[in-house]
Design a protein around this ligand. Structure first.
Ligand code: DLL
Length: 437
């Protein structure tokens, strides 16, 4: 037996388009039947759209079906969208959200196995196998990051360090003493750990990391390079959302030409966020998922609010699974500053291109005298922090100029001292919008 277990499914991951379409169509047909029979919410929605379960025979018919939104999940809180009796549900997760009731998701045993399978396939894409030791610094609990990565990592046979988030000192101690070769956490926390390593003067040979499995929040390619340089690793993007399953909806392979969506389980579509019409491959719009093999809580055309675009066509890695580009951000996070649309990740790209800034920043939006203002607060790194006002003013002007010329908006730039901004061990808060308060 091979020592390094590779968990992947070449038949599915490298399937011809036609084969994948057949599989999706079969699965979709039976999922619609199950939803119709067991969930009054879906039955009513399908009836209202004039659809009987037998009408749907092909994945091409998806566009005829109604959407599901986060507020539908809230309205059916907590278990209204479950298709199985509670005795078959072996796990509940929940995402807190900023307002209102949490979103609850349930898993049967088969769902947990499916989740472990897609996360294991994701880790395999990043070259992680049974010889690796993976430090899981995503939060364990109702958030899907910790336990999601955990089961997938066990499935590939890696040694798991289930340290959860926070406690940076202990993270570094475990990382060095237990020879971690992979790190899984949010990119903002990875950047924070990287800074600590430099600050503590830990010799690079004591850090054996070679791969990072980062996601749960938008992050730019410039941030990726920053983290890679600090930790001397290759950083991979993992994407997912609790409602669909958790982490492991899509993952970057070694080629890093977008993240492969496990479309044998989750069918993606891109729609226009306002007209809700499907958009062709290559156009940016809102990502929508239909789950076709989940048991406890399948979802029909779930609107993620995440904006990206899809690319088909074979990847040099051999996989034919459709790829999604790095998420631009959530439509809810798009800032409209005096008529210009800006995503925090675009500001991040500009900041991270500069040698003087650290990966810690915050965007503050206000309305003053009926005019929108954007303040970009960014930490300068230790090396470039200076007592000379002239030097700092030079940096401030360059940031102002780069944001203006690359994004087309004027921003008020405020430079702050190294280590003065709040650190997050989970999803970083990047925006305060006083217009919404
Ligand atoms: O964040 C699941 C997850 C855990 C993914 C660990 C990756 C790693 P939620 O808390 O439900 O689930 O948040 C889902 O986070 O709709 C996106 O807006 C955002 N998100 C997740 N992964 C990425 C990513 C988890 N790689 C929401 N890039 C999603 C950009 C991401 N945004």
């Amino acid at each position: 037996m091979s020592r390094n277990k590779m968990i992947w499914n070449p038949e599915r991951e490298c399937a011809e388009r036609e084969q994948m379409h057949d599989l999706q169509s079969r699965q979709l047909t039976s999922m619609i039947r199950r939803m119709y029979d067991h969930v009054p919410f879906y039955r009513d929605r399908l009836k209202a759209a004039g659809i009987e379960p037998g009408d749907i025979r092909s994945a091409d018919q998806l566009k005829m079906l109604p959407f599901t939104t986060k507020s539908d999940l809230r309205d059916n809180y907590p278990f209204g969208l479950f298709t199985v009796p509670q005795s078959e549900v072996i796990r509940l997760h929940a995402s807190s959200g900023t307002t209102g009731k949490p979103t609850v998701v349930g898993y049967t045993r088969q769902d947990i196995d499916l989740w472990a399978e897609v996360v294991a396939r994701s880790l395999t894409m990043a070259g992680i196998h049974s010889g690796d030791t993976i430090q899981i610094a995503y939060g364990y609990g109702p958030f899907t990051g910790g336990l999601g990565l955990h089961y997938g990592a066990e499935k590939v046979g890696a040694t798991v360090i289930p340290i959860s988030s926070g406690n940076t000192r202990k993270q570094l101690q475990f990382m060095t003493d237990f020879n971690a070769t992979a790190l899984a956490c949010t990119p903002s926390y990875a950047a924070h750990l990287g800074e600590h390593i430099l600050k503590e003067g830990i010799p690079p040979e004591e850090i054996r990391l070679r791969a990072g499995i980062f996601g749960a929040e938008p992050w730019s390619n410039e941030m990726r390079r920053e983290i890679e340089n600090m930790l001397h690793i290759k950083a991979y993007d993992i994407y997912g959302l609790s409602e669909v399953i958790g982490p492991g909806v899509s993952m970057e392979c070694d080629c890093q030409h977008g993240s492969h969506i496990f479309e044998d389980h989750f069918i993606p579509e891109i729609i226009h966020p306002e007209t809700l019409e499907p958009l062709p491959d290559g156009e940016v719009g809102e990502l929508v998922f239909t789950t076709i093999s989940k048991e406890a809580m399948p979802l029909l055309r779930y609107r993620t609010r995440d904006l990206t675009r899809l690319h088909r066509g074979k990847c040099p890695c051999g996989r034919t699974l459709v790829r999604m580009e790095k998420c631009l951000g959530r439509s809810d996070d798009m800032l409209i500053i005096r008529g210009v649309n800006v995503f925090p990740s675009q500001v991040e790209s500009v900041l991270m291109e500069m040698a003087e800034t650290s990966p810690h920043y915050l965007l503050i939006v206000r309305r003053e005298n009926n005019l929108d203002t954007l303040e970009v607060r960014v930490e300068i790194n230790e090396k470039n922090w200076s007592d000379s006002i002239r030097e700092l003013e030079g940096i401030r002007r360059r940031i102002e100029h780069n944001i203006k010329s690359l994004l087309g908006i004027s921003a008020i730039i405020r430079l702050v001292e190294p280590n003065s901004m709040e650190r997050s061990d989970g999803k970083a808060r990047r925006i305060i919008d006083y217009r919404k308060q």
